[in-house]
Design a protein around this ligand. Structure first.
Ligand SMILES: Cc1cc2nc3c(=O)[nH]c(=O)nc-3n(C[C@H](O)[C@H](O)[C@H](O)COP(=O)(O)O)c2cc1C
Length: 453
């Protein structure tokens, strides 16, 4: 069954104080400082469900951003993704107060042995009645590697090699260990399950050796709904093979153009034997919604008063692995020596037509570029343009929480619903069923190749 295409809404957050828009945590109109208690999360989950959001996604890192000014001091001062708590722990709390909301979180393939991770997320899939999603990451922070016993961060290639094998292991556990009819629950004969239908996986690879069987009986989705956000060549190929939901951060022009990441991943998915309709693409946006355009712009100006350039530079430096402290913020970008700066900044400078603006302006503009600002109808118009360019859904970042989501739900969601773009009620079933119409991975997905029936 193929479901009609609709616009998907996902709230983006992290179990920390400062996630994306740094500096704003100290405002009185945001609950970021309460991150270590249940209330802001359970109340946010209920709010999102009132707004018919498909899901909330909690990102995660397992190390500090310690490249800027040669250490993690700026990150610590700015509460920039440190302190950060384990996102998985929040899933049961949010599940308990909601009925339909999808609950996705990040776990790195470097972080937990695949056997233990498969068990953790199967448990959550049981407890949430099949509402769990996994954002697969390979980690990009040096400190993540050294926290986990590696001499440094394993190379990009090795991380993706590990990811490929990690997925084979967890797929074998989720899909290939317990047959569909292994569980008998026969209280008359006292037989809970049929041992002939519960299998060891006997995986022996380059990085992992796992005998099995999986310790959890099949959960509603078996394999959790799979998210991924790799943007490199290898990352896109990985998405094409594994991801059911892909996070992209691109310009509308690029998505409409010949180098569209969406079309690239769809083409590669076909080469892996997958139906590209079995992949949903989510664009990252930061909505700032006001009663009028002027109100919304004033709101953004107000937010930018609290914006921290140090927080932004510590974040970007950590992610890129290049210390941006040496870059003169007031220099026109045409004069910046870009060769030392990899990917993100170089691409940013190349793409920017105004070479005379300063690096400070560029960083702020890059932040601003992710914003979508206006009255509800305007924000809905912008989102509809993305939707028409092949984006299925949106990963919505907050400026203040829950205020950003309240404004969006009260203002924009009704407009999207009236236009027939966003859902007005939830479909029954698991996270995957709500998005794709089937509870388990589709037959053409690599995970399904490990099924025994
Ligand atoms: C929306 C979004 C969410 C992401 N969430 C995480 C995360 O939670 N943890 C993490 O380590 N990386 C995260 N990343 C980074 C990606 O996993 C990936 O490393 C990055 O896009 C670079 O791609 P590559 O690994 O293929 O080079 C995220 C990226 C995007 C766009």
């Amino acid at each position: 069954m193929t479901l009609p295409r609709r616009m998907l809404l996902n709230a983006f957050s992290m179990s920390c104080i400062s996630h994306i828009h740094h500096g704003l945590w100290s405002r009185s109109d945001t609950r970021q400082l309460d991150y270590a208690s249940f209330a802001p999360w359970t109340e946010l989950a209920q709010l999102l469900e009132r707004g018919c959001f498909d899901s909330i996604f909690l990102a995660d890192v397992i190390g500090t951003h310690d490249v800027f000014r040669d250490g993690a001091d700026t990150s610590v001062v700015e509460a920039m993704q440190i302190p950060i708590n384990d996102p998985a722990m929040l899933i049961p709390a949010m599940a308990q107060v909601t009925e339909h909301l999808g609950l996705a979180y990040t776990s790195s393939v470097l972080q937990i042995p695949p056997f233990t991770f498969a068990r953790q997320i199967s448990t959550l899939d049981h407890l949430t009645q099949g509402r769990v999603g996994w954002n697969i990451v390979t980690s990009a922070l040096r400190n993540a590697g050294t926290n986990l016993g590696f001499p440094g961060l394993p190379s990009h290639e090795e991380r993706y090699n590990r990811a490929d094998e990690y997925l084979d292991v967890v797929y074998k556990l989720w899909e290939g260990s317990w047959e569909d009819d292994a569980v008998l629950r026969d209280v008359v004969r006292g037989r809970y399950a049929d041992p002939a239908k519960v299998h060891a996986i006997n995986h022996a690879g380059e990085y992992y050796k796992v005998e099995g069987p999986h310790l959890c009986e099949p959960s509603p989705q078996r394999t959790p709904l799979l998210f991924q956000a790799g943007s490199s060549t290898r990352g896109r190929a990985f998405a094409a093979q594994h991801a059911e939901c892909v996070f992209v951060v691109d310009s509308l022009a690029a998505l409409n153009g010949p180098a569209s990441v969406v079309r690239d991943i769809q083409t590669q998915a076909r080469a892996f034997g997958r139906n590209p309709d079995e992949i949903r693409f989510f664009q990252g946006l930061s909505p700032v919604v006001g009663g009028t355009e002027a109100d919304a712009k004033a709101k953004l100006d107000d937010y930018m008063e609290s914006y921290s350039m140090d927080g932004a530079l510590a974040h970007i430096s950590g992610t890129m692995g290049v210390d941006l402290d040496g870059v003169d913020l007031e220099a026109p970008i045409e004069s910046i020596e870009v060769e030392a700066l990899r990917g993100w900044v170089k691409g940013l400078i190349d793409a920017n037509p105004k070479k005379t603006q300063t690096f400070r302006d560029l960083i702020r503009a890059r932040t601003l570029e992710r914003f979508i600002v206006g009255a509800p109808e305007q924000v809905a118009d912008g989102m509809e343009a993305w939707f028409n360019a092949g984006i299925d859904g949106f990963n919505l970042t907050y400026s203040v929480t829950p205020g950003t989501f309240c404004d969006f739900i009260d203002g924009v969601v009704p407009v999207l619903q009236k236009r027939g773009l966003a859902q007005t009620e939830y479909a029954p079933g698991t996270f995957r069923e709500k998005l794709f119409g089937h509870a388990n991975v589709s037959k053409d997905h690599h995970a399904a190749s490990y099924r025994r029936d």
